[in-house]
Design a protein around this ligand. Structure first.
Ligand code: DQA
Length: 145
């Protein structure tokens, strides 16, 4: 089983970026934890981050040939990007949307996601655990189907 782990804009700055909201782990530390859980579950996890929406969409387009499912923190594109929604839909792959913070308890604009209704599930508010729970959910989904 192969899983893509996708991170949207500004997540490369985790650790330094608003740690009171996003925690103190760096992106590399989050990737390491998700890769390690993947290993325990028998899944190979392939991380990718970009601040460039076009580069991100180009990467998403390669995924149907490469992976069985996606764990994605779309970051700000969650709330803005029809293009990312269309790109994920076009893959036909199951995906889980995750967020470090509780997006329902923040600004109004963070309460809307262009992706959630296409996702097999959404996990938010648990910091790095959101990613780990998301991976477990996706793994169960792929094992059952
Ligand atoms: C985020 C929440 C988004 O609203 C925000 O734009 C981010 C990070 C999170 O993980 O909590 O960049 O996706």
């Amino acid at each position: 089983m192969r899983i893509a782990l996708l991170h949207g804009p500004n997540l490369d700055r985790l650790g330094a970026r608003e740690p009171e909201i996003y925690g103190s782990l760096t992106l590399a530390e989050i990737d390491a934890r998700v890769v390690e859980l993947g290993r325990e579950l028998g899944a190979e996890v392939a991380p990718f981050q970009s601040n460039f929406e076009g580069a991100f969409l180009d990467h998403v387009a390669t995924l149907p040939a490469a992976v069985d499912g996606i764990v994605i923190n779309p970051a700000a594109w969650t709330h803005t990007s029809v293009a990312l929604r269309d790109s994920l839909a076009a893959t036909g792959l199951p995906f889980v949307e995750v967020h470090l913070s509780n997006v329902s308890a923040r600004e109004e604009f963070r309460k809307h996601s262009y992706l959630s209704d296409l996702a097999i599930g959404v996990v938010y508010g648990f910091g790095v655990e959101s990613y780990l729970l998301g991976l477990r959910g996706l793994h169960s989904h792929l094992t059952a189907t």
